[in-house]
Design a protein. Sequence first.
Length: 342
Amino acid sequence: MSSTIHILRQWARCFSTKRLLFYSNCLRHRKQFTPNFDISKIPDLPTQKHVKLSFKQLRPHRTEIDPNATPVLFLHGLFGSKLSFNKAGRHVSELSKRPVFAVDLRNHGDSPHALPHTYIQMAHDVSQFIEERNWEECVLVGHSMGAKVSMLVSLLKPNVISKLIVVDNTPHSMVLGDEYANGLLGMCEVETRASEFRKENDKDQMVVNFKEVRDFLSNYEANDLMRSLLVSNLVHKSKDFEVLKATGQLREMFKVPVMNFWKHNVIEAMGSWPDDFQFVKKYDKPVLVMYGNRSEFVKPEYFPLFENYFDQLQFEEFDSGHWILQEQPTKFVKSVLDFISE
């Protein structure tokens, strides 16, 4: 146990004090902005019932894992990707000896872009991913948007999901803060000015000026570290540009289809919960709900809402805001390990 705590403490040092202060002090009052582009001219994405999700196995560097152990699957939040749980997932795999995976949900990371971007469709995508792996069971861990997706997957596939960890979200509809819409609009404005932010270098490779994008986004998102999350979605690798050239979508700046997200009001959709969806029964296996005591997403008065869908509930409070992993990385990993080993 002492070696486990030592590893977790070493890993926690990766998160700077500046980063922790950001996640603890997200701005609550934001400006309202008006788009400078014509929504009617934004072409729709294709409609697809299922998309094949990009994924990554989060392998520890020097530890052998048991390939027959029940796998753990991480689902990221809005504007995140399969890399969001990179360090945490590797540590969970190292210390549990389990295979650990993370996926890019539709319209994120390297996964295909398609409509509709709804919780039900994302849950079906994840269910299909699990079926394609022929897993008899797995543990699901989802944060924010991914938390709602993971709850739905457990209700759709209760026989396959052995345990569920819900990280700071609730099975009900709520209005997301202005910071989400403002950040998305800023990304849209960057995309309408693509030629201002990238150019070809002397090797005929496309180069993105990250600093100029970050500076521009400061008009919409005042916090420097929040802008880092948005900028992390920029298309900047040679292979990504080649794909965009081949598909005729070279003006896209981000891996997230931000213009379609704005057109189809995805921010509102991500605050929703499909109350009218008919589930066969409750999920009757263990569920751990992690919540930040300074977060607006899960509050003690919301706890009874979980009882509509889940029977075996545990709640664990974190001294954090919405970004539990970033603010409490050591406790997060330890809590995951304790829960999956029970």
